[in-house]
Design a binder for this molecule. Structure first.
Ligand code: KIV
Length: 283
């Protein structure tokens, strides 16, 4: 039987019953489908697709159209999983009305269940307006890749009392603004734990330790496909990059040596038709 898609209330209940929600990014039909088969609670169509799919060095170049196309594919691959669309750089920073319109595009064109956007207090007007527009918004604080220039690179956040205090203030403001959930990236576990206890909404971690209501990982990291760099918080469960190179090499070797294709890979002519063809070509 197909799994039943979670609602925000199911996710809220999971927090209250201390059941860890597990989610992963996906950018295409097949990965989404495998994630659904694996029983993921949620899927994020992250703007990390800029690095994992398009080979950019960061997420800043990613456009709304790219996010919509990939979200559409993920929706088709995982019709019974809660899907979150990630608002790319400049889709919500410029103005509140633009933020609402772009959040709406994710829902109208890609059928997502929620959207996520990066930033703390400074994006609260956008969070409030999108929530007032009837949509589910997830906040994202700590390391925020779209503003990694301001953060001095892809660096852990909240490691001093003052810095942690700012992250916690952002978390409170986001809940107050109407977000239904919060993602905390690359902060020490203790800081994530404090946020989780202070907030009533689910608080999820990517690289923020075990004191969270759920864990997110990037699919290309879990599978060992992304090779540019490996953040400290990543655990690789497979080495598909290496396996893919091996499979391609084997195919090339077989094709070059004549070991592929064989009888079982070829279509047969209808009985007697080859003879007829050869005869007709003699004339
Ligand atoms: O784009 C993404 O995958 C994300 C994660 C890094 C949290 O936002």
């Amino acid at each position: 039987m197909a799994p039943k898609k979670h609602t925000r209330f199911d996710l809220q209940k999971m927090k209250e019953s201390k059941q860890t929600a597990v989610w992963i990014t996906a950018y295409d039909y097949w990965t989404a489908n495998f994630a659904e088969q694996a029983g993921m609670d949620m899927i994020l169509v992250g703007d990390s697709l800029g690095m994992c799919v398009y080979g950019y060095s960061g997420t800043v170049p990613v456009t709304m159209d790219q996010c919509i196309w990939h979200s559409e594919a993920v929706r088709r691959g995982a019709p019974n999983t809660f899907v979150i669309g990630d608002m790319p750089f400049l889709s919500y920073q410029v103005s509140v009305p633009e933020a609402v319109r772009n959040a709406g595009r994710f829902h109208k064109e890609a059928g997502v269940d929620a959207i996520k956007l990066e930033g703390g207090t400074r994006v609260c007007p956008q969070i409030r307006a999108i929530a007032d527009g009837g949509m589910l918004v997830m906040g994202h604080i700590g390391l925020t890749p779209q503003s990694s220039g301001q953060q001095g690179g892809f660096k852990a956040q909240g490691r001093t009392a003052a810095a942690a205090g700012e992250v916690i203030a952002d978390a409170r403001a986001i809940e107050e603004a109407g977000a239904y959930a919060l993602l905390v990236e690359a902060v020490p576990p203790e800081v994530c734990g404090i946020i989780r206890r202070k907030l009533t909404i689910p608080v999820y971690s990517i690289g923020a330790g075990w004191e969270a209501d759920g864990q997110l990982m990037i699919c290309s990291d879990v599978l060992g496909i992304f090779q540019a760099f490996t953040p400290k918080f990543v655990k690789k469960y497979e080495n598909l990059g290496q396996k893919t190179v091996e499979a391609f090499k084997q195919y090339a070797q077989d094709a070059r040596s004549g070991a592929f294709p064989q009888e079982e890979h070829a279509y047969k002519m209808v009985e007697g038709e080859l003879h007829k063809l050869e005869k007709s070509l003699e004339q």
